[in-house]
Design a protein around this ligand. Structure first.
Ligand SMILES: NC(=O)c1ccc[n+]([C@@H]2O[C@H](COP(=O)([O-])OP(=O)(O)OC[C@H]3O[C@@H](n4cnc5c(N)ncnc54)[C@H](O)[C@@H]3O)[C@@H](O)[C@H]2O)c1
Ligand SMILES: [Zn+2]
Length: 473
């Protein structure tokens, strides 16, 4: 972690809340600059403004900024300083902060959300709202940005741009081999490198991470940072969950799929010859830092894998309105990820059945993967699986005519397949689905896509190679 991290942004952008929560996730000291100013002046900020004017306030603010920063640079560990909304308006203050540490700027929320937050402030609201607008260009000029954050039990998820370097500095990194090579300037020299590819998501690789932890002297107090896609996150998280009976970790997902899906929800683990993800543990990272910059080096095929899961979230959350190129910017990623987060919040350990909604399209998808011996990638299988399951919903009268075709168009627009692989018929998949882990007696649960925003848990009887809906009651 960088030694001094300044959290900045427009009034009501959530700076103070984020800075406090982030400091606790990063095990850092939190300092609120406005509180230090009030303590120094022995008065509150509105009184300083009223009695001495803005110029005098800025003078005081800049001297307290320097004092607080000097103190922070002499202390061990990281200090997170939350700044007032005008603290870096003066060029000299900005230059000082940017040389003493890293400035991370929170995006100003949209007009509606800003109005909602400001109405809580009461009478002071209007001038603050105007300031956010007047200074929009100033705030937008800071390169390190956070568009949204989610406060989960034991885990803070921040979605932004150009933030990974700040959080990774000096960290104990486990990196994907490709990411370690492509992002060498940004990612510190890793403690361990995970070879790229699902075939390496094995107990053997987990054991190699343990050995690397031993060689690096990683103790119970250390925090490990995973930098890579879902394979790296699952493996490094599992190694952290089991190293010395569990140490803390942070996750820096670098693929679209791991940003919107794999990095949150707390699942870690590895594959076994007997099946995927069979060995594992729930072990949430303290911090998930989603940095959209990483997407710039992904190839089209890997990006499409993530798009498939994003469209699955769009179906569950009814997000068809946000479709478009913009969905790959941090705000779009955050809106998509929120669908998974809302579900995981309700069912963190997959106990209530709510989390089963995330299996939308996956009962058929897993059967496609098995029948092709994983010759079809997971994302492609999810696309075809969602469309097949939508056809099933239509057949059972749970979806209106044309729904499956419209969903197929949506996936096809991302160059994803929308029909079963050549030579495979739906009936061929039935015995494989009957053996699926979601099996309950002879009935198998599907999370059927029925419309945008309407996924239903429906049981099918798959005995005798047929697929019949089980009508309750
Ligand atoms: N834990 C969970 O809840 C959860 C959820 C969904 C999926 N998963 C797991 O996630 C895995 C799939 O994740 P994935 O799709 O991220 O695959 P991955 O981790 O294998 O990464 C895909 C490829 O992209 C490369 N790569 C990663 N980031 C890159 C970057 N920024 N630039 C260039 N290349 C980059 C990797 O080297 C790899 O070759 C599966 O093992 C799946 O089981 C886990
Ligand atoms: Zn999936």
């Amino acid at each position: 972690m960088k030694k001094i991290i300044y959290i900045y942004g427009a009034p009501a952008s959530g700076k103070t809340t984020f800075a406090k929560r982030f400091a606790s996730a990063a095990d850092a000291r939190a300092v609120d600059l406005d509180a230090c100013i009030e303590e120094t002046a022995g008065r509150d900020i509105p009184s300083i403004f009223a009695e001495e004017g803005e110029e005098a306030f800025r003078e005081l603010e800049s001297s307290v900024l320097r004092r607080v920063s000097d103190e922070a640079s002499r202390r061990a560990g990281t200090t997170v300083v939350s700044l007032g909304g005008g603290a870096l308006l003066r060029g000299a203050s900005r230059d000082f902060a940017e040389s003493a540490g890293d400035v991370i700027c929170l995006d100003t929320p949209g007009e509606k959300e800003l109005a909602r937050r400001l109405s809580a402030v009461g009478a002071a609201a209007r001038p603050l709202g105007n300031k956010a607008k007047e200074r929009a260009e100033h705030y937008a000029s800071f390169p390190r940005r956070i568009a949204a954050f989610f406060d989960l039990p034991g885990s803070l998820v921040a979605v932004g741009r150009s933030i990974a370097g700040t959080f990774l500095e000096g960290g104990k990194v486990v990196a994907d081999a490709n990411v370690a090579a492509v992002w060498r300037g940004l990612v510190p020299a890793p403690v361990a490198v995970v070879p790229s590819g699902e075939e390496h998501k094995t107990p053997h690789t987990v054991a190699s991470l343990w050995s690397a932890f031993a060689a690096a002297g990683i103790s119970r107090r250390d925090v490990v940072s995973a930098v890579g896609g879902g394979v790296t996150g699952d493996l490094a998280g599992f190694a952290a969950a089991t190293w010395m009976r569990g140490i803390d970790w942070m996750n820096f997902p670098t693929t679209l799929l791991s940003m919107v899906d794999a990095s949150t929800g707390g699942k870690t683990g590895c594959d076994l010859p007997e099946g995927k993800n069979l060995a594992g543990a729930f072990h949430s990272p303290r911090l998930v830092a989603i940095d959209a910059d990483f997407l710039s080096t992904l190839d089209a095929g890997t990006l499409a894998q993530g798009r498939a899961e994003m469209i699955k979230h769009e179906i569950i959350g009814g997000l068809d309105a946000v479709i478009g190129a913009a969905c790959l910017d941090p705000a779009g990623i955050a809106a998509n990820l929120k669908v998974k987060i809302d579900i995981v919040r309700e069912d963190p350990f997959e106990k209530t059945g709510r989390r089963a909604l995330l299996n939308c399209g996956h009962t058929v998808a897993h059967a496609i993967e098995k029948i092709t011996r994983y010759g079809v990638s997971h994302g492609e299988a999810v696309a075809a699986g969602c469309v097949e399951e939508a056809r099933l919903a239509e057949r059972e009268g749970l979806a209106s005519k044309g729904w499956a075709d419209s969903l197929a168009e949506r996936f096809a627009a991302e160059n994803l397949p929308v029909s079963l692989p050549a030579g495979v018929a739906f009936d061929d998949l039935v015995p494989l689905m009957a053996g699926d882990k979601k099996r309950d007696g002879s009935a198998v649960s599907f999370a059927l896509p029925c419309a945008w925003g309407d996924v239903r848990l429906v049981k099918f009887d798959l005995s005798d190679g047929r697929c019949r809906i089980v009508r309750e009651g």
